[in-house]
Ligand binder design. Structure first.
Ligand code: ADP
Length: 193
């Protein structure tokens, strides 16, 4: 069983690669973004609280996301967990370390998908346009305005995790600019090593 974190700015391809790992390795994808969108759509109290924050591009409180993750760690572990979009702050990283220890589990790798900002903007604006053209729902935060705030949140609050996991000897860098299959192969290389 291998437990990994996928790190990288919005649009880096964390969700895409997580889905491939679920398919190929029977791992379990834990995407706090997906969990929060579900909560929002289900109209729960928590969903109402997070909807505006997410649409703006800011981070939801640590308490809420840690609560969501805590529940999932008690469930089926299958081939291991892929943490996608979590942790996003140092407080979340510390909480994850504690929760994993409680479960007797060990984090194996924190994989950074390394990106250029220009590409991110193109990808996310393109993703919104593709969804709109196909008549699919467009994410409320996939617009230039929110993206600017999401990128700032990434650099201010999440990028310190690169140093944190480097210090723990867990950080692995992968070129996120490659093709989907190229990135997948690089991640497979990390998992084999
Ligand atoms: P992306 O990686 O494209 O930004 P996500 O689906 O991971 O998309 O996250 C969408 C939004 O959900 C974030 O901008 C933030 O508002 C909220 N969110 C997701 N995960 C977290 C987290 N771990 N901590 C705080 N907020 C989060």
């Amino acid at each position: 069983m291998t437990h990994i974190i996928l790190l990288g700015p919005p649009g880096a391809g964390k969700g895409t690669q997580a889905a491939l790992l679920v398919e190929d390795r029977n791992m379990i994808q834990l995407s706090t973004g997906d969990m929060l969108r579900e909560a929002k759509d289900s109209g729960t109290e928590m969903g109402k609280v997070v909807a505006d924050v997410m649409a703006r591009g800011d981070l939801v409180t640590d308490e809420i996301v840690i609560g969501l993750i805590r529940e999932k760690l008690l469930g089926d572990k299958a081939g291991g967990f892929i943490f996608d979009g979590f942790p996003r702050t140092l407080a979340q990283a510390d909480a994850l370390a504690e929760l994993m220890e409680e479960q007797g589990e060990v984090l194996d790798h924190a994989i950074e998908l390394q990106m250029d900002d220009d590409v991110l903007v193109d990808r996310i604006v393109g993703r919104a346009a593709d969804a709109a053209a196909a008549g699919k729902p467009v994410r409320a935060d996939d617009n230039a305005e929110s993206l600017k705030i999401r990128l700032m949140a990434y650099y201010k609050q999440t990028s310190p995790l690169l140093g944190y996991y480097h210090a723990k000897g867990l950080l692995r860098g992968v070129d996120g600019l490659g093709t989907m299959d190229g990135v997948k192969a690089d991640i497979a290389g990390v998992l084999k090593a």
